[in-house]
Design a protein around this ligand. Structure first.
Ligand SMILES: [Mg+2]
Length: 245
């Protein structure tokens, strides 16, 4: 087995608390789009699986793992406007502003990434969010300078579950895809890793994520501390039969 040297993170649900960040942000975006029409607001929320009362998303809602093209066209339809580049750009800009206000990173992100870098790993981000918003989020978390690579669905490598972002990260580092592990909370992440030939590591921050990942990941960790412990343990395994464990 090739030694892992590249750790490629998904963002939402992996580094950021998804519901805490995206439920209030989505409410704000939809209030802007609905322009005070309460019935329209409720239809827009229903269409993307946002439970406004509970400030959570329904399991399987396309907004959880999909890119803008996966959840915004139905909003354009309900608003009676075309889903074109201008509408997509407006939605992304509204989300960038709204999500920075509700941004909620997990407590172990900065320390965990620093520990991985200290252990010799290179760090990247592969998100189905836009690259500009991803960079703004990492900057707000104070960790942008730790990342060798940041890609969004609009960076030119395609979106997950396609393997493009994983392959681009490996190429950027000059390593084979087999030396990359993609850490994510959805089956899109696991499928993108598999399609690229990388390791698929699930991170089960919530019961819903653990359930979604079950049977799709090479391994599932609950948090970054356990990921680091696992990687360190693997490093200590002696070579056996020409393979590392
Ligand atoms: Mg995610």
């Amino acid at each position: 087995m090739t030694r892992l040297t590249g750790i490629l993170f998904d963002k939402d649900g992996t580094l950021l608390d998804f519901d805490a960040t995206w439920a209030p942000a989505t409410r704000d975006v939809l209030e802007t789009l609905a322009e005070g029409d309460g019935a329209l607001f409720r239809r827009l929320a229903l269409a993307c699986g946002l439970d406004v009362g509970a400030m959570t998303f329904l399991p399987g809602a396309p907004i959880i793992a999909g890119d803008t093209d996966a959840y915004a066209p139905v909003w354009a339809e309900l608003l009676g406007c075309p889903y074109d580049a201008a509408f997509e750009a407006r939605v992304n800009a509204l989300y960038r502003q709204a999500s920075l206000a509700s941004l909620s990173g997990y407590d172990d992100v900065a320390g965990g990434i620093d520990a991985l870098i200290a252990a010799g790993y290179r760090i990247g981000l592969a998100t189905n969010d836009s690259e500009a918003t991803a960079r703004a989020h990492l900057d707000a978390l104070g960790v942008l300078d730790r990342f060798d690579f940041v890609a969004g669905y609009d960076s030119g490598h395609g979106a997950k579950p396609l393997p493009g972002m994983v392959l681009a990260f490996a190429e950027h580092l000059g390593i084979p895809p087999q030396a990359v592990a993609l850490i994510g909370d959805s089956t899109h992440d696991m499928d993108a890793a598999r399609a690229a030939g990388a390791e698929a590591v699930g991170i089960g921050r919530t019961p819903a994520a653990r359930e979604a990942l079950s049977g799709h990941a090479d391994m599932i960790v609950p948090d970054l501390a356990e990921l680091i412990r696992h990687l360190a343990g693997r490093e200590r395994q002696p070579l056996r039969d020409g393979r590392s464990a």
